[in-house]
Design a protein around this ligand. Structure first.
Ligand code: SME
Length: 163
């Protein structure tokens, strides 16, 4: 916990640089011809390698539910209903949802006991949600406005390439 919080403080200054480097890495890595699953898998690996996240992964809409897609981190629940948990809320609202303390988020779905904060971003194509990107941290309040803005830009670009 101490180490995670220390990294969080250090990253405040370098976060934007890390996100710029990540974006450059992803632009070289994510290619439309490689298909959705391969691109999602490498997207997760790139984020997971660069930041000290507990879990990074996608849920994709399938038969009216969110279904687990490519991810990095501990095993996770496979299906989430619309409006349920942080992921289902981001789907319903069609916007980013940040839970600074997941234990206080109504209906939060606990896949890992080690998760304390979370950000979920919808993948939007023509205002339709195709899936969500979910990121968990062991630190409380990890995701600040820099994370949200940078991740929203990256996810918007990613959706435009893969869908
Ligand atoms: N906590 C999420 C469920 C997915 S896991 O965190 C991987 C939620 O409340 O929707």
């Amino acid at each position: 916990m101490f180490q995670t919080n220390l990294i969080q403080v250090m990253n405040k200054e370098t976060k934007q640089e890390e996100f710029s480097a990540l974006e450059a890495e992803l632009r070289a890595l994510i290619l439309p011809q490689d298909g959705l699953i391969s691109n999602m898998a490498n997207f997760c690996a790139a984020l997971y390698s660069r930041f000290d996240f507990l879990w990074v992964g996608f849920y994709m809409i399938d038969e009216g539910q969110l279904r687990l897609g490519p991810f990095q981190g501990p095993v996770a629940c496979t299906r989430i209903a619309k409006g349920k948990g942080v992921c289902g809320s981001a789907w319903s609202l069609k916007e980013t949802v940040v839970a600074n303390d997941v234990h206080k988020f109504p209906g939060h779905i606990a896949c890992s006991a080690d998760s304390n904060s979370e950000i979920v971003l919808p993948l939007l194509v023509d205002n339709e949600v195709k899936g969500v990107l979910d990121i968990d941290s062991t630190a409380f309040g990890y995701f600040d406005e820099i994370d949200q803005e940078c991740l929203e830009n990256i996810v918007k670009w990613f959706a435009s390439v893969v869908y």
